[in-house]
Write a protein that binds this ligand. Sequence first.
Ligand SMILES: Nc1nc2c(ncn2[C@@H]2O[C@H](COP(=O)(O)OP(=O)(O)OP(=O)(O)O)[C@@H](O)[C@H]2O)c(=O)[nH]1
Length: 388
Amino acid sequence: MVLLNRILFTVKEIKRPRKYLRSKFIDTVRLHVKGGTGGTGLPKYGGLGGQGGCVYCVGKEDANLGKIISQHRAKTVVAGHGEDSRKVRIVGAPGSDVKLEVPLGVTIFREDGKVLGSIDKDGETVIVARGGPGGTPDNSFLGHFGQVHHIRLDLKLIADIGLVGFPNAGKSSLLKVISRAKPRIANYPFTTIKPNMGIIQFEDKRQISIADLPGLIEGAHINIGLGHKFLKHVERTKLLLFIADVQGFQLSPRHLKRSCLETILLLNKELELYNPELLDKPAILAVNKLDLNGTDTIFNEVKESFKDIEKFLKNSKMPAEIIPERIIRFENIIGISALERKGINDLKTLLRNRLDDHAEEINADIIDASELLRRNKNIILERGPQIT
Ligand SMILES: Nc1nc2c(ncn2[C@@H]2O[C@H](COP(=O)(O)OP(=O)(O)OP(=O)(O)O)[C@@H](O)[C@H]2O)c(=O)[nH]1
């Protein structure tokens, strides 16, 4: 009876996590992939064994890595073996291939760290394990084993804009008013636990994608909060949109209260510690919650201090540990209120114009490269036929 009571009591204790906490966003999958073995040949009749099948990844817009895991629970993917040559079928049939549908933005790494390829477009294909050749006179009619690899599929979202900010800054609220996304919004930190994607739609049908990442926090580099886990998703974005709460941030009464400017510098520092190259991306700063009383002054002070931030920091009593080595250059600083939709249209226009300029800059680079090629064609051709 006591035992029964204890069991019943324990069962009652186990609470299933809420649904949104269970829906995990998966951005890395490890798999053991094996190409099929080639079939054996038939020496007596000169019969050829079938080629082993291969395992390959193909890009699909609506695919997700979670589906791959559910389809291959054992995490081993094996392609079909080639058919042996027989008297009645002198050339063996090839083994069946296995297709893995992956979302766009996936890079495939081999166990030794070598990149096997990346998939950025729909239909793009990368073979991850080739099948072994079938038996022929060259290999004494013995089929070969296929390739065997441990691979890692690593997803980095491909979005035009990456939204970075501290928890509670209003990233999800901004995403909701600027795009059609429906993120969770609540007044406590880390409501966002997985990246959310939204599409900003313009009247002329132009679309811009925006990725909202879970909040960064002071000390993310030592894995505080959600750490740097999601920062890889901003690597492929063309523009960074920083969002800061005009009131600053305080994780709990036990933690220091950081002002708006301090949170911006801390964000800058976390990005720098993760990958300093991120600071070279074009960046725009949106200071949020300007509907609150008396916040205009804070916004103006922040804007003013960024006019010559190095000089400002030299003269300020800002603690040294929060100052990054390299300070990001914001191309624009804009005040908004996601709650009251103030400044949202200006922000949208700003983002669009900046992305259009970015596209022109890239086109200019391509034109430069082709011009260089044209001018140096003779020199290049002299070097031999291997360079085309
Ligand atoms: N007054 C005011 N409150 C806002 C504004 N934008 C967001 N909030 C509030 O701030 C709180 C946090 O907003 P979220 O959009 O969830 O913030 P977040 O940055 O996504 O937070 P995490 O999910 O924790 O990273 C919510 O209570 C919002 O209602 C604003 O412009 N003005």
